[in-house]
Design a protein around this ligand. Structure first.
Ligand code: SF4
Length: 163
């Protein structure tokens, strides 16, 4: 598994100031994808234990509200184990900080994965150019959902966060 980049301070992907990591590799090929350089699974840099430790170190700062995981496709079968490992380690170390994940897959197809257990918010669904609206918060097109994962798992039905 590989990743594309890490941002030490990200104010556009989730609430507050966050650390973000963009995983490498995606097969969805959404029209006008915002991040085409992340599609090739062979691109970027190898994702290792050292990468996890580096990300966790960056998250130690008090002003960091949480970790955002984007792509590429962090929940692709080739990436989901590493994403889950990062999310689990993060939550063990920072139980009061949040994890947001962006994926082209639907929650319904991910709900039984180990990784989902450690995620606070999942923005799901592919980007659809025809449904693009720049006024939407945290998502690019209106088909996508901003899901409160823990509430959803408790209730057994999808709970969306609405502005
Ligand atoms: S799922 Fe995300 S990274 Fe993959 S093609 Fe669609 S917008 Fe791009």
């Amino acid at each position: 598994m590989r990743y594309n980049k890490i941002r030490k301070m990200d104010i556009s992907n989730g609430p507050g100031v966050r650390v973000s990591i963009f995983m490498q590799g995606c097969t969805f090929n959404c029209k006008n994808c915002f991040n085409p350089e992340t599609h090739d699974f062979a691109g970027g840099t190898e994702f290792t234990e050292e990468t996890i430790n580096h990300v966790l170190k960056l998250c130690e700062n008090d002003y960091i509200e949480g970790l955002s995981i984007l792509g590429g496709e962090p929940m692709h079968p080739k990436n989901i184990e590493g994403t889950g490992r990062l999310a689990k380690t993060f939550k063990q170390k920072f139980p009061n900080k949040t994890i947001w994940v962006w994926t082209g897959f639907l929650f319904e197809n991910l709900k039984n994965s180990e990784a989902v257990k450690y995620i606070d918010v999942l923005v799901d669904g592919q980007f659809v150019e025809e449904l693009h609206n720049p006024l939407l918060k945290w998502k690019g097109s209106s088909n996508q959902r901003v899901i409160d994962v823990q509430e959803t798992l408790t209730n057994g039905k999808v709970v969306e966060i609405k502005d």
